[in-house]
Ligand binder design. Structure first.
Ligand code: FES
Ligand SMILES: [Fe+2]
Length: 399
């Protein structure tokens, strides 16, 4: 599908860009149309930096791991220098999907069809019989021109991000506003103190909804009293405020986050977190598909993997601070933190799935926004709509 074939008209998308009190959200097709799902992959998600996988899923050895990203076969490798690489998971010869299952790579990655082989850095190393029986090279064929096609990638908070189009701004530029905002709490040293938890740190949910509904729900605190009564008992709706002042993220901030008091946890805290803000917590949705949470004593990162137009995998990792990540002395604290978030994310499932079901109805076509409470969600709708209608873009397949 070409970019100008967006299944939603420009006129309709422009209604999303109206001032919040007049705007209507993205129409149902953005959540229900398989054509739109492919279109948004190429026109929106592929043109920026999307969360693709957690780096802790790739063992610390020479390794190859296939991943499917919205129908695109990708291959993550860890090379012998320990670095992560992402490629299109397709053999340069006749287009066989190169790697079918995660595998250790002691030597080369060999195609299962005619045994062309590649290094974990994507170089084409072997082309058996290419020039005839026992002729493993042939005139005019340069291995160096037929390596695996690399996908730009970058790591942040244990997430491997990819830019499928290859022409998004540099990742550091992309992440700078978020780093800056969260850095006001985390401090300069904070990022380096985050450690993936060894236990009580993973949550995986499969949601029967479009990925955007999980983003939109995460952005706002409006639903708190009705969906999260336990959380609302100590971090109330009135203790929250919204932020949507940066282009690529929006979210909510709590001024009364007190899990450590409520659950009696005493996890190590970030060294530079301001002492007068220990009860502040921030929850940005980093568009398109990453959700983050920052607290004085832990952070978390979520990847929303769009599996189909109405199905999303939601994977969460909790990052603890220093020795809190692994020391036995903190196991009860980690368990309490993990249980609290498992509860909160579980409570949201019926809401996002209920919105998906509602989008089958002709009685709804984008709805309206509370001009106050829905500001971060509206910001996300605008972000999507603006990218969908960018008129100057030429039709261009992702390569
Ligand atoms: S398709 Fe891979 S070696 Fe032929
Ligand atoms: Fe929620």
């Amino acid at each position: 599908m070409r970019e100008r074939d967006c299944p939603i008209s420009v006129e309709r998308l422009q209604r999303v860009l109206l001032p919040i009190g007049e705007a209507s959200g993205l129409p149902n097709a953005a959540y229900t149309s398989a054509d739109f799902f492919k279109y948004e992959r190429d026109a929106v998600i592929g043109r920026t930096w999307a969360g693709c996988a957690f780096t802790d899923t790739i063992p610390e050895k020479s390794f190859a791991q296939p991943v499917d990203f919205m129908g695109l076969p990708l291959l993550i490798t860890r090379d012998r220098h320990g670095e992560l690489n992402v490629f299109h998971n397709v053999c340069s010869h006749r287009g066989m999907k190169l790697v079918a299952e995660p595998m250790e790579v002691p030597g080369l990655i060999s195609c299962r069809y005619h045994c062309w082989s590649y290094s974990t850095r994507g170089e084409l190393k072997g082309t058996p019989h290419i020039g005839g029986i026992n002729q493993n090279s042939c005139a005019g064929f340069k291995n160096s021109e037929h390596g695996l096609k690399r996908v730009r990638s970058a790591e942040f908070m244990g997430i491997l991000f990819v830019n499928l189009s290859g022409d998004a701004p540099e990742f550091e530029e992309h992440i700078r506003p978020l780093r800056s905002r969260a850095g006001a709490l985390m401090g300069e040293r904070g990022w380096a103190q985050l450690r993936p938890g060894v236990t009580d740190s993973h949550i995986t949910l499969e949601l029967h909804c479009n990925w955007k509904l999980a983003v939109e729900n995460y952005c706002e605190a409006y639903h708190l009293p009705w969906v999260h009564p336990a959380l609302n008992s100590y971090s109330k709706l009135e203790d929250h405020c919204c932020f949507s002042d940066s282009e690529d993220f929006s979210g909510q901030q709590s001024l009364a986050y007190r899990l450590s008091d409520v659950a009696g946890t005493k996890l190590p805290r970030l060294a530079d977190w301001p002492a007068d803000r220990v009860h502040v917590a921030e929850y940005p949705s980093l568009y398109p598909n990453v959700l983050l949470g920052f607290h004085a004593d832990h952070a978390f990162a979520v990847i929303l993997t769009p599996l189909a137009v109405d199905r999303t995998r939601e994977e969460l990792r909790i990052l603890y601070i220093g020795e809190g990540a692994s020391a036995d002395a903190y196991s009860a604290c980690r368990a309490a933190t993990h249980a609290a978030w498992r509860g909160v994310f579980g409570e949201d499932v019926f809401a996002v799935e209920g919105m998906q079901q509602g989008r089958a109805s002709p009685g709804y076509e984008g709805g309206v926004f509370s001009p106050v409470m829905d500001e971060p969600t509206y910001h996300f709708h605008r972000w999507m709509a603006a990218r969908l209608i960018e008129p100057a873009r030429e039709a261009r397949p992702l390569t």
